[in-house]
Ligand binder design. Structure first.
Ligand code: ATR
Length: 274
């Protein structure tokens, strides 16, 4: 019997992760001989946990909270999108080489363009937040040629730093949320961690229009406060981050196995489960 290739998601905590379910569904669908596990690492032993997994013959990892920055430092090689994100959510092991990639932004873009059918080309995009989650999606968004990318953050200086970092890749403006009062956008993406605490960034209601898509990178049982606010203020389309979760996984799977799994059924299955 041939040995199964082993992959895992590493984080702390990890019990809640949906990645094993998603990748197991992908493996079944594409008939890949592989197993996918959840790996709990002590917070101060990330590197050791990775090495031990590699030595056991592990082929690749997904990396989640709180290790994405450490993973960026651990990688021996980086893709351009991981380099620009300064964060890594996927490792592919090849002998002693650790390739670090970041599939979050590609997952978001695929969910918006393919699953939700909203093209980014020539659109006005507002990205809320300037932390790791926001930084991870900027390059993939800019590569889809929006007419403008506005980065808004509670602490405007951080948004300005991101603007400077990515200035060569497209038209970017930045500021505090209220600086965009009176303007509206085609796609408004919440990449702040506010929804985690059931909080709502102080947003001008004017940013939404009837054709706007409001997208929260978080997901949960109930619509987030951001999505409720967006609907109340006229956004015609709403989406949470469940599709992005599955799409970033599909992108990692593609990096490892060279096959792109179908995602629609897996997204539908997860939505029933939440
Ligand atoms: P992550 O990796 O999830 O991006 P992070 O790097 O800690 O986490 O960044 C959190 C982001 O959410 C920041 O943009 C933060 O704004 P500040 O830079 O001003 O701290 C934003 N954020 C968190 N809670 C928020 C709230 N209640 N209202 C507005 N923005 C919030």
């Amino acid at each position: 019997m041939s040995k199964l290739d082993v992959y895992a998601v590493i984080g702390n905590p990890i019990a809640h992760s949906k990645s094993p379910l998603i990748h197991t569904a992908f493996a079944l669908q594409t008939a890949q001989s592989m197993r996918y596990e959840a790996l709990l690492s002590p917070v101060d032993e990330f590197r050791e946990s990775v090495t031990a997994f590699q030595q056991k013959g592990g082929k690749g990892l997904n990396i989640t909270v709180p290790f994405k920055l450490e993973a960026y430092k651990c990688a021996t090689h980086l893709t351009e999108r991981a380099e620009m994100a300064q964060a890594v959510n996927t490792f592919k092991f090849e002998d002693s080489k650790i390739l670090g990639d970041n599939t979050d932004g590609a997952g978001l873009v695929r969910d918006i363009e393919i699953n939700l059918g909203v093209s980014i080309d020539s659109k006005r995009i507002l990205l809320m937040g300037a932390g790791g989650a926001a930084r991870g999606v900027i390059l993939p968004i800019l590569k889809k040629n929006p007419s403008i990318l506005a980065i808004a953050n509670r602490t405007p200086q951080k948004a300005q730093q991101l603007q400077q970092q990515f200035v060569a890749y497209g038209d970017i403006v930045s500021g505090g949320f209220m600086e965009f009062s009176g303007e509206n956008f085609d796609i408004i993406i919440n990449a702040t961690s506010a929804s985690l605490n059931d909080a709502l960034p102080e947003l001008p209601a004017s940013i939404f229009a009837k054709d706007s898509l409001a997208y929260d990178m978080m997901y949960g049982h109930e619509p987030t406060r951001f999505l409720v606010f967006a609907k109340q203020n006229g956004a015609g389309y709403l989406a949470d981050g469940m599709g992005m979760l599955v799409e970033q996984a599909a992108e990692s799977f593609f990096l490892w196995r060279g096959i792109r799994p179908e995602t629609a059924d897996v997204i539908a299955q997860l939505k029933i489960g939440t």
